[in-house]
Design a protein around this ligand. Structure first.
Ligand code: GLN
Length: 493
């Protein structure tokens, strides 16, 4: 008997097409899994009717011989994507009750390709965080547990923590994520799944709640590389409604996926060997190097000299842009309003924002407005913009020596909930390997590569040249084929 929730995107698509099972059966199985998995808090809201209606449409399309690329595939949508008629919170209480009258371009693209929506996925508030603990709707619990029986619940990573937990716990075969400074890659690594942030501009940002507009990119998270390629193909594409959208055709990433990296030069940047990183991370990195060598690639040592400035640069630019983007939540235009009995308009703004935003969001708004203030603009924001250019130039230069870069995705495996909440800097440090590619707008992917001593997943990051998602995906597949990572969390939820 087929356990439908064990199927990935490609298997569901092919099975529906071949008539091995119906889309309805698959959707019902995932709707049931979502209900059973409620203790993980991965979904802010469930939309079973949407998933079932899309499944029925897929079954009808098959009968009519009109199947689409994602017919019969139920997906989870991160709650940062505006969904028409379905509450969209961005993980924030300030947007509670906000029901968009429009659909984000990316979710519209997925639905047009035949996919259905199982629900909206929990996330860090406005995508600010690395553990999903800043969500106004409570943290997501990772389905993984440490093998030593330490029962403290683990973080699924963030900000796409609900997305990561849902795929890993088999509540959805694929989900959307967004990545501003690692929010697809780090959670994918924490739960042993794959995820790709494409080149900045590949996916339209229209209808995605903005965090840091010059960095935000949507991308897929799924069980394997092929499923990511399938989803990305449906998500990407030019959109006149986003002025930073790239007016380029979407390549047939899945059809071209071979896993062939023969003759490719893989750069190993020495600046990513930083102190304080557990030896197991270095070990899995070495494994990745050996696998790509085995696949016929050439390994070259390279240098990206400005890497150490990436984290401070990111934590100036991202809050600066966020402080501007979040000015719109004023109690008038969206969601929640807190109007004090006495007082005027300003009191209403203040009361709404005080009650609606969480501590991390307020911290970022304060940092952002500070670095943009007249007296400090040159010292912080302007300086950070210049360093961002230097970081991008490091990458441009390194492409003379290699075609791809291989690094660990994160400096640790999943940590326990509560471990880093008292220390924002410790939390930010988790993004150290992810933010350089974000600042440079480059495609970057995380694939599962092994387990640490506690039986927790570790991921490897592949960074590619702008627009070269294909080589990134092929190297991801080459690693996937050699890592033989089939581990999954035991279902305790
Ligand atoms: N963890 C990073 C932050 O808190 C990145 C978040 C993201 O990519 N959305 O800003």
């Amino acid at each position: 008997m087929t356990v439908f929730t064990d199927l990935g995107i490609a298997a569901i698509r092919d099975g529906v097409r071949d008539g091995t099972f119906s889309a309805r059966e698959v959707a019902e199985a995932f709707v049931g899994a979502v209900e059973k998995g409620r203790s993980l808090n991965a979904f802010v809201i469930e939309t079973p009717d949407h998933a079932l209606a899309a499944a029925d449409a897929a079954d009808a399309a098959r009968a009519a011989g009109e199947l689409k690329p994602l017919s019969g595939v139920p997906l989870g949508i991160k709650d940062l994507f505006a969904t028409e008629g379905v509450q969209t919170t961005a993980g924030s209480r300030i947007l509670e009750g906000f029901t968009p009258t429009y659909e984000s371009t990316v979710s519209a693209n997925l639905f047009r390709a035949g996919a259905g929506m199982l629900g909206k996925l929990n996330m860090d508030e406005f995508a600010m965080g690395s553990s999903n603990e800043t969500s106004g709707y409570g943290p997501v619990i990772s389905p993984w547990r440490r093998s030593d029986g330490g029962n403290a619940p683990l973080a699924p990573g963030g900000s796409s923590g609900g997305s990561a937990a849902a795929v890993s716990a088999r509540l959805a075969p694929g989900v959307t994520g967004t990545d501003t400074g690692g929010s697809i890659r780090q959670p994918a690594a924490f739960v042993g799944i794959s995820g790709i942030k494409p080149t900045y501009g590949r996916c339209s940002r229209w209808g995605i709640v903005a965090f840091a507009s010059s960095l935000d990119q949507a991308g897929p998270m799924a069980r394997d590389v092929r499923d990511c390629a399938i989803m990305l193909e449906a998500m990407a594409g030019f959109d006149a409604k986003d002025s930073t959208s790239l007016d380029l055709p979407v390549p047939p990433w899945e059809a071209n996926l071979t896993g062939d990296v023969r003759g490719k030069r893989i750069g190993i940047p020495k600046e990513y060997r930083i102190e304080g990183v557990p030896a197991e991370i270095g070990k899995v990195w070495d494994d990745g190097i050996a696998w790509l060598k085995d696949a016929g690639a050439e390994i070259v040592d390279v240098s990206l000299p400005h890497t150490k400035y990436a984290l401070p640069t990111y934590y100036i630019i991202a809050p600066a842009e966020a402080s501007s983007n979040l000015a719109r939540y004023d109690g008038v235009r969206y969601g929640r309003r807190v109007a004090p009995d006495q007082g005027g308009l300003n009191d209403m703004y203040e009361a709404t924002r005080a009650a609606g935003f969480g501590a991390e969001v307020k911290r970022r708004i304060m940092i952002g407005t500070y670095v943009l203030s007249a007296g400090f603009y040159d010292a912080y924001f302007n300086q950070a913009q210049k360093v961002r250019t230097l970081i991008a130039r490091d990458f441009e230069r390194v492409w003379a020596e290699c075609d791809l870069l291989l690094t660990p995705t994160a400096p640790s495996a999943a940590f326990a909930l509560g471990d880093k909440t008292a220390d924002p800097i410790a939390m930010y440090l988790n993004d150290v390997f992810a933010v350089p590619a974000s600042l440079a707008g480059l495609p970057a992917m995380s694939v599962p590569a092994g387990l640490d001593g506690q039986g927790l997943p570790l991921g490897l990051q592949i960074i590619g040249k702008a627009l070269d998602e294909q080589t990134v995906l092929d190297a991801g597949l080459a690693i996937e084929q050699r890592a033989g990572f089939t581990d999954r969390p035991e279902a305790w939820w």
